[in-house]
Write a protein that binds this ligand. Structure first.
Ligand SMILES: Cc1ncc(COP(=O)(O)O)c(C=O)c1O
Length: 543
């Protein structure tokens, strides 16, 4: 303050003298006053900014106490509205609203001013209220569902710590933990050694596989690009996940270079046709470098015959990747792991514990049989600001250069904590229970009029048509398929608007729309399964 007073005094003096000169007219005088007041304002502004800057630096702009109170209230809302009600069969799975109505209710636009605590808590309640409860015992729509409290605790702690998995210095616990979890998954595959990384989803794990396989065949490609290598060919079944197509496009291989392999009536790849396609690709001048076998196809839940596919790959020296994003968790079950017989012969595997094991999104492991550092060589960029070679600890623990990411979320902790809580046998029980649910429903379907299985389930995908009374006995009619294909979408609309349950449907090849029901949630009971079939009948019998 003192300094500013003296400053304004100094500035005023010479000009003050000039104001008394007669040649100054009224206009000039007015401009002069304007100038003076402008100078004064600037000085005051400067003072204000200086005081504010001092204040800014000396006091936090975050009310820690209010923040803690807010969090406690939010946790309470999460427990009550999201978890307790979300898992209660008598509550709605979703409170359906048309997009325009939902926009109105939520008032989503972001504004200049902040809102008071009560309003924010109200908003949190609304977000939960109008979201789909994937932990609800009647949510059968996705390949993930349910809620494991230990996995959720892991997710919350991970979010709270807000770290990145790339170096030991910033994530010491999680670097060690990730390796333990990946080793456990590799052991279940049957590999004593190997490598791997948690990826943001199965689609990305599948892309990693292609990238590593390409680098394995043509290391120069990393530097010189696809121009330095022959035209590549990828082989996968017609029933594979669409991420193979996306990965091929993303990596510049080109979707025209996917050779689709036929499947049998259950949806399994036919190895003889795979070999035929490989020979065909070679005759067209392409370089077959990657075979993707799927264990647990997305719609039918089919497992490709790995041992026979591995024989073909060995004969032609092609990388074998197994997309076990969906079916990989069957490896935990002594009773059902035979579905993946031969998986240990794969070069790489994608496995999503966030699906059948219920860790919560996302938790996807990309696992490699190679233990020579292929993953690191393929992806490393050696950034000196992150992966300094002269660090004070063993930099072998800085695993982040193995990935195509920089910052990487911690995805291992939720799985680790859940595994610690349930043990391997507890997880095995869960997997077996999911198979038992599906068996029960498939048997029930056979007893009920109007229900028809698309295929006998081998895994936990229950695919079926509901044929309403008006269509029964009319299989020979010309428009039968057309009319049957319209049944599932109407039933779906009705269940969503009622909020009673959720299940997916889709067409597949020449099969018109059918339901695909998935139960992974161990909170589901026989009562929920019976409700499911009864509700389909209730919602569709008038169609
Ligand atoms: C067989 C299969 N592979 C890969 C994926 C992709 O996994 P994500 O959704 O984690 O990208 C899915 C997803 O459903 C799948 O069913």
């Amino acid at each position: 303050m003192q300094e500013s007073q003296s400053l304004s005094q100094k500035k005023n003096f010479p000009l003050g003298k000039r104001t008394r000169e007669p040649m100054w007219n009224g206009f000039a005088l007015a401009r002069y006053h304007e100038y003076i007041s402008c100078c004064l304002n600037l000085v005051l502004l400067k003072e204000l900014l200086l005081t504010m800057a001092e204040d800014d630096l000396s006091h936090p702009d975050l009310d820690k106490e209010a923040g803690e109170e807010f969090l406690q209230e939010v946790f309470q809302i999460m427990l009550e509205e999201g978890i307790r009600k979300g898992m209660d069969a008598s509550e709605k799975v979703c409170d359906w609203k048309e997009p325009d109505d939902l926009q109105q209710i939520l008032d989503l636009e972001l504004k200049n001013g902040g809102e008071p605590r009560e309003r924010l808590l109200e908003r949190c309640r609304d977000v939960i209220r109008y979201s789909v409860k994937t932990c609800h015992p009647r949510f059968f729509n996705q390949l993930f569902s349910g809620l494991d409290p230990h996995a959720l605790a892991g997710r919350l702690i991970t979010e709270m710590l807000n770290t990145s998995q790339y170096t030991y210095e910033i994530a010491p616990v999680f670097v060690l933990m990730e390796e333990v979890v990946l080793r456990k998954l590799r052991e279940l595959i049957g590999w004593e050694k190997g490598d791997g990384i948690f990826c943001p989803g199965g689609s990305i794990s599948n892309m990693y596989a292609m990238n590593v396989a390409r680098y394995h065949c043509f290391p120069d490609c990393k530097q010189k690009g696809n121009w330095s290598i022959p035209k590549l060919a990828v082989f996968t079944s017609r029933e594979c996940h669409y991420s193979i197509q996306k990965g091929v496009a993303f990596l510049g291989i080109g979707t025209d270079n996917i050779y689709l392999v036929d499947v049998d009536e259950k949806g399994k790849m036919i190895p003889a046709h795979l070999e035929k396609q490989i020979i065909q690709a070679k005759s067209e001048g392409a370089f077959p470098f990657f075979v993707n076998a799927t264990c647990g196809t997305t719609v039918l839940g089919a497992f490709d015959p790995l041992a026979e596919i591995a024989d073909v790959c060995e004969r032609h020296r092609i990388w074998l990747h197994v997309d076990a994003a969906w079916g990989g968790s069957a490896l935990l079950s002594q009773r059902h792991r035979h579905l993946l017989d031969g998986i240990k012969r794969a070069d790489s595997v994608a496995w999503n514990p966030h699906k059948m094991l219920m860790t919560g999104l996302q938790c996807s492991a990309f696992l490699l049989r190679d233990s020579s550092g292929l993953l690191q060589r393929c992806h490393c960029a050696k950034a000196t600001y992150l992966f300094q070679t002269d660090k004070f600890y063993d930099t072998a623990y800085d695993r982040g250069d193995q990935t195509i990411q920089c910052g990487r979320k911690v995805d291992c902790f939720k799985l680790w904590l859940m595994w610690k809580a349930n043990g391997t046998t507890g997880l095995e029980r869960r997997v077996d229970r999911a198979f038992a649910f599906t068996r029960y429903l498939a048997d029930e379907i056979k007893k009920r009029d109007g229900f028809q299985l698309v295929v006998e389930p081998e895994f936990i995908n229950l695919c079926f048509w509901y044929v309403p009374p008006s269509l029964r006995g009319q299989e020979g009619c010309a428009d039968y398929n057309l009319r049957l294909g319209k049944v599932a979408p109407v039933i779906k609309e009705r269940m969503m608007k009622k909020g009673s349950m959720m299940v997916g449907y889709q067409p597949l090849g020449d099969r018109v729309n059918f339901f695909r029901q998935i139960v992974t949630n161990p909170a589901v009971t026989k009562k929920d399964l019976d409700f499911f079939l009864d509700e389909i009948e209730r919602l569709g019998r008038d169609l």
